[in-house]
Design a protein around this ligand. Sequence first.
Ligand code: F0G
Length: 458
Amino acid sequence: MKNLIEPFKIKMVESIRQTTAKQRLAILKTAEYNLFMVRAEDVLIDYLTDSGTGAMSDRQWGAMMIGDEAYAGSRSFFRFEKAVRNITGFKHIIPTHQGRAAERILFSIIAKSGLIIPSNTHFDTTRANIEYNKAEAIDLVIPEGKIPDLVHPFKGSMDLGKLDNLLKKHHKNIPLGMMTVTNNSGGGQPLSMENIRATSKLLHKYKVPFFLDACRFAENCWFIKTREKGYQKKGLLDIAREMFSYADGCTMSAKKDGMVNMGGFLALNDDSLAMQARNLLILTEGFPSYGGLAGRDLEAIAVGLEEVLHEDYLRYRIRTAEYMGEQLLAAGVSIIRPTGGHAVYIDAKAFYPHIPPSQYPGQTLVCELYKQGGIRGVEIGSVMFGKKNPKTGADIPAAMELVRLAFPRRVYTQSHFDFAIEVIINTFADREKAKGMKITWEPPFLRHFTAHFAPISR
Ligand code: F0G
């Protein structure tokens, strides 16, 4: 069949609210042109993030009803542990309330001043947790991974030559090497099994443990199955198992490929590290058989981890981003190519060539998409990643000015996507009218969440 359909039917609905263009302009003004400060009910289609925003299945909701809320040794914990071990094979499975809690625990133990932790690209919270513990986070993605419109099947891959050089010089100061699957900060791009295997081999040659940031492991497995030689006939569970077999542990935000609204885990083989992690867990997250989650949450993760590896789900999931990408490219909108797993990333610099990075083309586009059709995306450019010159305080722009439209799992249908595509294309037709933005107030850290903006009058 030519038509690919959503591999589910809808049992419960949540209304979304249309607003008028006039209302949206007023809402934007009240929110100081920062979409993080717009109420979700004023958003028609919310592509702010794919994290914790998915719809659970009837099987997940059913499992929640039989959650065992015992403080210690809950039945739901053992079900969760079995589900995680079935995929990852790791010995110690430690639940946490979300991904960054697993990162905090891991890096409070292994990261300190003078140490270096390489990755293909660290996600912001991973980097922040490493830097908070005074270690250095280094990104070693292949050069192709930094060129938005260059097509490469595994753009998230680790640059093995650079990793080898780093290991040769500094392996004694590298407590761990990481890989983010898929590479969120680089466009949701996958890594090949070959690259994962080779990275593992290289790190192990220098006796450096290898961890995966596994948030979107299932989406990565789909790309391996469809793009890498020798994997077409393999089952997704087997591909996932092979991927985890090369690692010594992982951090996981179950809010992505765990298919739940809240949850995560740290999983690893090393007994001594696991003991230290559980000790820290008790201090801040909770007892090791619940780690900040309710028994019912553990049940939902156990079911979600099984459902996320269904072939019909992943085919539809990855096709969604690909479909939007195709339509946008055909209309002349530049995006990161090829489309990744969980999102489409629009190149705002190419969208608005007349708006310089100092006037935040990404933030402009985020506001225009909301004004045009009530769509919410997120700026990933100089607002989020721009640095300041320490002497003059002037902005140093980020390498790319992107707008990410991230897709909640199993939430929006084909017609929502067609509507969003129409909004983007209409915004593109109006591009010459758009003006840049300025920041009128900003906090000292993570300014993108709370900064105030205003349009620049030309
Ligand atoms: N690692 C990656 C690759 C992520 O994308 C995220 C979250 C985390 C770790 C942290 O997990 O949110 O459960 O603490 N990414 C979200 C996003 C927030 O919108 O991309 P968390």
